[in-house]
Structures are given as C-alpha cells and as structure tokens.
Ligand binder design. Structure first.
Ligand code: PLP
Length: 440
C-alpha cells in the first residue's frame, strides 16, 4: 500500500505530467487518506511546497464544484473579447491625437490585414454587412440578377443581395460542416446567376476548390463571407483570398473585434477602388463626388483596436482550437454529435456547434439549454431558422418547397453552440465536460 509519505514525494511529478487529472487526484487522495485515518498525519508531514500544492488543488476543487459555482452564479459566457494593454494604449493614443475619423490608422490596419490574408488590397468599413453590400455593388449586381447563398447563415449574407434589388437563391448545406453544399449549389444555378457568396461558417472553410471550379465553369463571381473565419485556412492559405473578394466582420463576438467593423479583402484593384469610393460618398477628391456612395467608414479609434487585435489573432485562434480539441476529446454524452473538421482545413472555431441526435437523454433542446444555463454554462442556437424560413423571407414568398434546403431546415432544429472562446479557462473547460458527461 502506498503511504502518505510516498504520495508527497511523487505528487508534484504526477501533477506536472497529468495536469488534467488534478481534480481526480485531489478527490482520490482526500478520500483515501480520510478513510485510512491518515489525512491529518499526511497534512502534518507536508512540507511547505506540498502545502501550497494541496491548497492549489483545494481551490481548484472548490472552483469546479458544481454547487459553489451555482451559488456564486458564475456564468461561462458564449463570447468574451480579450482586450489587453495594447488595445487600450493604441486607442488612447488615437484619442489623444485628436484625429478620430478615418485616417492613417485605418490605412495601417488595412495594410496589416491585407498582408495577413495574403491579398493586395484591404478596405476597412463600418461593419461586415456593408462589406458584403458594397462588394456586390462593386461587381454591378442588380435587379434581375440571382446570387446563390447558403440558407444556413447569419441573415446578412442574404440581405446584402436584397440590398441590390437582386434575388437570393438558397443552397443547402453539408450535414458535416454546415457549409454550402457544392452539389446542391450546382442545381441552383440558372442563367441569371451572377455570383455565389460562400460562408466559412463557424470558422470552418467551405469547399473552396469545388466552388472555385463551379464559378469558373459558369463564369460566376465567388465572394467569401469570412465574418466568422478570421485566420481560417484552406490548404494552408488564409480565407479571404480565394474569391474575387472576402468580407470580414469585427463585431464584438468575433475571433477578433473592433466592437463593430468590417473589411473587404481583394486582389482586384478595380473592386478595391470602387469599394473605397462607395464607402465614402463616392468622393474621389475632397468634395468631388463621382458616384453615389455612402458613409460606411471605419474610425481611426476602432482601427487602432483592430491593429492590436490582429496581432493577437493567431494566439486566440490557437486557444480556440485547443479548447475545441479538449471538448472533442472529453465530452462523452450519448446522442450528442461533436463538431467535425474536414482534412486540409484550419478550423478556427468561431462557434463550437453540437448536434442533438436520437438517443440524447433530454427530450427537448430547450430543456437542455435551460439545464446548461442553470449550471452556469452559456449556450446559443446558431441559427434557430434557416434564412429562407425567416419571416422576412417567408413574406417574400420563399417556402421549404421552393427553397429546397432540407438539411439547413433540419439543422436549425437540432444544433446548439457551446462556449469555445479564447477566454475560457482550464477550469471552465473541465466544468463544461463534467456537467455534460453527468447528464443522464
Ligand atoms: C456569416 C456572417 N455574415 C455577415 C455578418 C455581418 O457582419 P456585421 O455584424 O459586422 O454586420 C455576420 C455577423 O454576425 C456573419 O456572422
């Protein structure tokens, strides 16, 4: 039988090798030594270093303790931006400079972002929706044209088509990745189709090669909606450089943020030039307006934040990936399908979306969500309706029959996002796993 003394000697090494076993080790040790009446003796013998270790274990136990967490009403949020000193300093500098509107810091952000994505141009705008809007305008999409978009996305993807007076045609998605399905997309092409907006949903790149080929065969523009996929890669190249343009969002919950903000990435000088004009009243020189444009500009204040956020993007994404891997390895709950990843892609886990399947112990998704929230685990449905079923689109005459997107429709009823963001702690992850694995 192992003595308390032997345990004291071996514990630091064991914990170093298996930090994920901390909880288990603490529980087993306490139980075992209390049972053998050795706990007191064990504590007495502990040297200072070991005391510290034990204290750490105890705090760890307390923090992950279900009822304590519930008592303290600690909630693990679905998203939490990481804002550090770099952001604070950069924003403060702009504020102190007195030059707040679009200026040299926006230009700096654009240069850095274009370099990061690997394209010639980047145009910063006020949000991701207007990035899509003016990209479509720069391509001359207009009334009478059709643009194919996945039905399973945030509504902006389709609304940007409506802004042009054009018709969104919905393609169904792949059950595995939730991304636009190239086969279904082919079926939806007509002689009015001018463009396809592919969405790298939840941070998983869509089937770039297949869709590029289709676009080439049919002479259609490919636009990438990268709002959820900053830093994601397809065959080692960053998303945002595969289509005629990529459109990013820097909304507060995204993998990198400026609170609100957007960016268009493109190798085309023409698209970049027109988007720059459209972003700022069609102004080619000071008070000289050559086309009808908007005020879709980003401020230097937010661009300063963007420059700092871009620097931490890779680290944040690595953390998201590690979090997702941890959840994938440890969650073991029947009827819960965990996220998949296709070969050759870097998935940056904007969302960690699970599917509730047959055999899941709880009768309804709402009950599951309520349970998670009671336990202090945030969760959300992305998306409760496919776009073609949104009231706005139903009123326009879209139905399940004419949209023909059964996978998107079925997914909306059984998908659920769990926290995966970069600010999750090891304790948060262990807690999520324990709560899920204990559902009967
Ligand atoms: C897929 C997708 N497209 C477009 C957008 C629009 O971006 P924004 O909210 O910055 O307008 C979002 C934002 O949530 C999105 O998730």
């Amino acid at each position: 039988m192992i003595t308390a003394e032997e345990v004291i000697k071996s514990l630091p090494g064991l914990l170093k090798e298996h930090p994920e076993l901390r909880l288990k080790i603490y529980d087993t040790l306490s139980e075992e030594f209390v049972r053998r009446g050795e706990f007191y003796e064990f504590m007495k013998k502990s040297d200072e270093r070991f005391e510290k270790l034990l204290q750490e274990l105890r705090e760890f136990r307390e923090d992950t303790n279900f009822s304590r967490r519930e008592m303290k009403k600690i909630m693990i949020p679905m998203a939490k931006p990481v804002i550090g000193n770099e952001e604070l300093q950069a924003v403060a500098e702009v504020l102190k400079s007195g030059m707040l509107a679009q200026g040299k810091v926006v230009a700096e952000f654009e240069t850095a972002f274009a370099k990061y994505v690997g394209v010639k141009n980047a145009v910063a705008v006020s949000n991701g929706t207007v990035a899509l809007d003016i990209t479509l305008k720069s391509l001359g999409i207009k009334e009478g044209d059709e643009v194919i978009v996945p039905s399973f996305s945030f509504i902006s993807t389709a609304n940007a088509v409506l802004f042009q007076g054009a018709k969104p045609v919905f393609a169904d998605v792949d059950e595995r990745t939730f991304n636009i399905n190239p086969e279904d997309l082919l079926e939806k092409i007509s002689n009015r189709t001018k463009a396809i907006i592919g969405v790298h949903l939840f941070g998983h790149p869509f089937d770039v090669k297949e869709i590029q080929d289709i676009c080439e065969d049919y002479n259609i523009y490919l636009i990438e909606d990268c709002a959820q996929a900053h830093g994601a890669e397809y065959e080692h190249n960053k998303v945002g450089g595969f289509g005629v343009a990529g459109c990013f969002s820097f909304y507060a919950t995204k993998n990198m943020t400026t609170g609100e903000g957007g960016m268009i990435t493109t190798d085309s000088e023409k698209i970049a030039e027109v988007c720059r004009l459209l972003r700022s009243h069609g102004e080619s020189q000071k008070y000289y307006h050559t086309m009808l444009g908007y005020n879709y500009r980003m401020t230097d204040v937010l661009a300063a934040m963007g420059v700092a956020q871009l620097k931490r993007l890779d680290i944040s994404n690595e953390k998201r990936i590690r979090n997702a891997e941890y959840l994938n390895q440890h969650i073991n709950l029947s009827g819960l399908k965990l996220p998949d990843r296709k070969k050759g892609v870097k998935h940056v886990y904007h969302q960690y979306a699970v599917i509730i399947e047959n055999g899941f112990p709880m009768s309804r998704r709402e009950k599951f969500m309520q349970y998670l929230r009671e336990k202090g685990i945030g969760c959300a449905i992305h998306y409760p309706l496919p776009i073609h079923k949104q009231p706005l689109y139903q009123r326009m005459g879209y139905t399940d029959e004419n949209a023909r997107c059964p996978v998107a429709t079925a997914l909306s009823d059984k998908i659920l996002s769990l926290p995966v963001h970069q600010a999750l702690t090891e304790k948060d992850l262990m807690y999520i796993v324990e709560i899920l694995n204990n559902i009967k």
